[in-house]
Structures are given as structure tokens and as C-alpha cells.
Design a protein around this ligand. Structure first.
Ligand code: NAG
Ligand code: NAG
Ligand code: NAG
Ligand code: NAG
Length: 254
């Protein structure tokens, strides 16, 4: 017998120990948090998979309204509705006589549901200052939200927000600009995009209703208008005066 033979037997024995050990440990299931990002008021489908291949009693423990969708030996699919706050959902199962558990850590987000675009004027003269305001009400987290102001398909301005607050807040973007002739030929619109892909979520995209801006040629300035008005009025006064004098002269002559 070679010395390696002895080592081999020992290694095999150790391997057996190890594998039997790990085989048993497989049933002592650690808590495995699963982070789920759920849109406020939306439902969530949860695929709850046990750690062993032949679990008994797969149970989703929640007071929320849940619907069983489908299952196979190792997993069960549930639909959970009316999730209205951040919470933990727990699933329990029995593997090899021991209870295991899985926790789903649910974080709510508030996707952009509305995008409201307001132009400070409906009608402006070329060269006049006007303001474009876009509001996205009640969104959270602000982080990952980009609001883009568009003229036709051209980007006028964009802003990416920061902030990890969980409660919904209004995101407002304001842009001051002067009116150009071509502003009258395109619609203005505002686009909100919430990108939660880095946090395990998706991409939500929403666009405002288009808004028109009527752009007029510049009108003669106010001073000019005032001067012309005064001149016309003086002229009328003068003519009236002259006519009155003539009339008086005539009546005094007769
Ligand atoms: C649920 O998850 C298990 C394990 O990840 C997978 O094999 C199964 O296909 C999933 N079921 C559905 C319906 O997605
Ligand atoms: C779930 O998330 C909250 C907030 O991030 C955290 O405090 C909590 O420990 C998490 N729970 C698990 C099981 O990961
Ligand atoms: C924001 O605008 C800049 C140009 O002003 C552009 O390069 C960038 O791609 C825009 N970002 C988004 C998210 O649209
Ligand atoms: C602007 O939007 C209106 C709808 O509100 C649409 O009828 C019109 O064709 C659009 N005009 C341009 C130039 O895209």
C-alpha cells in the first residue's frame, strides 16, 4: 500500500464526514432576505422557493390578501395585493423535519403617475421671457428620476434628482427661456423617467400632454403707441376746436 493510499482513505473518510455534515446543514436554512421593489398600490408576484427539493408545508405567512397561482415540488407562486407600506413577508417550509424560512423585504416606490406641464404664457412675442414648469406629483425615491423638457423631440433641459426619502414628494423642474419663432411650430412636452434598475426595480416612463405656445411678431413698443395716441387725440381736439370756432363765427355773423 502506498503512503498515498492511506491519505486517500483518510481523505475519502473526511469527505464523507464533510458531505454528510453539509448534507444535514442544508436543512438548517439561514434567513435569506430577498429585496423586492414594489410600486405603491401594485400587486406583487412572489416566487417562493424552498431550499430543499422535497419540502413540506410551503406557507406564505401574511395578513395581506394573497392568491395562490401555481406550484411545483420546490416552489410556489403567490400574488400578493394591496401592499401599502414597506414590510417583510415571510415564507416558511419544512425541509428534512426542520423549519426553514425566507424573508422578502418589500420596499414601496411611488412611480410617476402624472406629469404636469405648465407654460407661463399661452401667447408671447418673439424675444419675450417665458417659463416652462413641469411637476411630477408624489414620487419616491427621487433618486433615479430624470425630468426632461422637450420642444418637439429636442431636449431643452433635463434634471436628474437625488434623494432617497421613502415618502412621496413632488418633483418640480423650472426652466426660463426666451421665445423664438420656431417655438410656435412645435409642441412642448415633459418626460419623467424613473430608473430603479440599480435597485432591482424597473424603468417607468411617462409623458405629459403636449402644450402649444403661440409666438407673435413683436408689437411696436408701448411708448410709441402712447405717442401716436396722444398725437391723434391732439389732432382731434384741434379739429374740433377749429370747427367750433367756425361755427361760433358763423352764428355771430348772422
Ligand atoms: C420559481 O423559482 C424556481 C427556482 O428559482 C424556478 O425554477 C421556477 O421556474 C420559478 N417559477 C416561476 C413560475 O417563475
Ligand atoms: C428590510 O429593509 C429594512 C430597511 O432597509 C431594513 O431595516 C431591514 O433590516 C431589512 N430586513 C431584512 C430582513 O433584510
Ligand atoms: C440631458 O441633457 C444632456 C444635454 O443637455 C444630454 O446629453 C443627456 O443625455 C440628457 N440626459 C437625459 C437622461 O436625457
Ligand atoms: C401638438 O399637439 C396636438 C395635440 O395636442 C397635435 O394635434 C398637434 O399635431 C401637435 N403639433 C405638432 C407640431 O406636433
Amino acid at each position: 500500500m502506498s503512503p498515498f493510499g492511506g491519505w486517500g482513505t483518510l481523505a475519502a473518510f473526511l469527505a464523507l464526514l464533510c458531505c454528510r455534515g453539509s448534507g444535514e446543514e442544508q436543512f438548517e436554512v439561514p434567513m435569506e432576505p430577498n429585496h423586492l421593489l414594489v410600486g405603491s398600490g401594485e400587486f406583487q408576484v412572489i416566487n417562493f422557493t424552498a431550499s430543499c427539493t422535497d419540502p413540506k408545508k410551503l406557507v406564505l405567512e401574511t395578513a395581506l390578501h394573497k392568491t395562490f397561482l401555481e406550484d411545483q415540488a420546490q416552489w410556489k407562486l403567490f400574488k400578493v395585493i394591496s401592499i401599502s407600506k414597506n414590510m417583510e413577508l415571510m415564507c416558511s417550509f419544512i425541509c428534512g423535519g426542520k423549519e426553514g424560512m425566507k424573508v422578502f423585504n418589500i420596499t414601496l416606490f411611488y412611480p410617476p403617475k402624472q406629469v404636469l406641464l405648465t407654460l407661463s404664457h399661452t401667447s408671447v412675442a418673439v424675444g419675450t421671457l417665458f417659463t416652462i414648469e413641469c411637476m411630477v406629483p408624489a414620487v419616491a425615491p427621487l433618486e433615479g428620476l430624470t425630468v426632461t423638457l422637450l420642444r418637439g423631440t429636442e431636449i431643452l433641459y433635463n434634471q436628474t434628482f437625488v434623494g432617497t426619502a421613502r415618502f412621496p414628494q413632488d418633483a418640480v423642474v423650472t426652466h426660463h427661456t426666451t421665445a423664438h419663432r420656431e417655438d410656435g411650430h412645435h409642441n412642448f412636452s415633459c418626460e419623467a423617467q424613473m430608473d430603479l434598475r440599480s435597485r432591482g426595480g424597473g424603468l417607468v416612463h411617462r409623458v405629459s400632454d403636449p402644450q402649444r405656445l403661440e409666438v407673435k411678431e413683436p408689437v411696436p413698443n408701448n411708448q410709441m403707441v402712447t405717442i401716436i395716441t396722444i398725437v391723434i387725440m391732439l389732432l382731434i381736439l384741434f379739429v374740433t376746436f377749429v370747427l367750433l370756432c367756425r361755427h361760433r363765427l358763423r352764428t355771430s355773423n348772422t
